[in-house]
Design a protein around this ligand. Structure first.
Ligand code: PAF
Length: 284
């Protein structure tokens, strides 16, 4: 595995690979890698000749008062995991390498970014869209792998790649879960032992909702109430939102049909966790 910190080196390695007709896979991350990231990397390795993972904790996507300074970091373990799984290039740029100061340009994706995560974290998605645009430009034509756990982010990134005509194919990959259903997330590291036990209420409520949909319920209001009531059984959780939407446009729906998605966010102490489900599939 080659460890790279400069954009110029990325250009050099990947231009050379593409000149030899090799396909390139890109897995952008903020590090503190877990099984969810590794599944994206494995998929990229399976589908491409060269896989580049990136680690960059992007300050632009954290709002004032969020967890930028405490965001978990472990570069040594990340390097070892990337090496073990077979990453070809690991790109870990410094802040200065990514953003020359002052930054005058940002990327904003309309509509998809105003609800849910965008309502609770108003500057979050322009931060994501800006850094992802930069990573796409640094990498060049490639397949890129994003987790379905961040469903709204996946829609935002797919839309920006299409709208800005990037020669980039965005591939969504299934959420990886612990055995009790909790979705893997770097922010799970913030959970106390008690909160960790409570946190499985999120996937449990989504699974119950899915079962109700599969048994014929189509009213989004009924499904939403079931989830809110289930989550209320856990005293340690503060619910942020539960939304039933059309999965690609993210527009609210009143009746559930194929393509629907249920998304939620909740806080357990310091940890703000998100999850989502296709109710016709359920939590697997
Ligand atoms: O999903 C993440 O870890 C981040 O939002 C991403 C896509 C790496 C951009 O910083």
């Amino acid at each position: 595995m080659r460890f790279i910190s400069r954009k110029a080196e990325v250009h050099e390695c990947l231009d050379e690979a593409r000149a030899e007709n090799k396909s390139v896979g890109l897995v952008p991350t903020m590090g503190y890698l877990h099984g969810g990231h590794i599944s994206l990397i494995e998929r990229s390795i399976e589908e491409n000749d060269i896989t580049m993972a990136t680690i960059f904790v992007n300050p632009l996507q954290f709002s004032e008062g969020e967890d930028l300074s405490s965001y978990p970091r472990d570069l040594q373990s990340d390097r070892e995991q990337c090496e073990a799984v077979g990453v070809d290039l690991l790109f870990v740029p410094s802040l200065e390498e990514m953003y020359s100061k002052p930054v005058h340009t940002s990327v904003h994706v309309d509509n998809l970014t105003t609800s849910m995560e965008g309502r609770s974290r108003p500057t979050h998605f322009s931060g994501v869209a800006t850094v992802v645009t930069k990573l796409f430009n640094i990498t060049g034509p490639c397949n890129t792998y994003f987790g379905e756990k961040d469903w709204q982010q996946l829609q935002v990134v797919s839309t920006l790649a299409r709208d800005l005509s990037f020669r980039i194919n965005v591939v969504g990959c299934p959420t990886i879960r612990h055995s009790d259903g909790l979705a893997l997330s770097s922010r799970n590291a913030y959970l106390t032992a008690e909160e960790r036990l409570s946190a499985s209420v999120l996937s449990r409520s989504l699974q119950k909702a899915s079962e109700l949909v599969q048994s014929g319920e189509i009213l989004a209001s009924v499904i939403r109430t079931l989830i809110v009531d289930e989550i209320a059984t856990e005293p340690r959780v503060v619910l942020d939102y539960v939304e039933v939407v059309e999965g690609n446009s993210l527009g609210s729906i009143t009746e559930i049909g194929p393509g629907a998605r249920i998304l939620l966010a909740a806080k357990f102490g310091k940890a703000r966790l998100i999850d989502n489900v296709d109710p016709y599939v359920g939590i697997s």
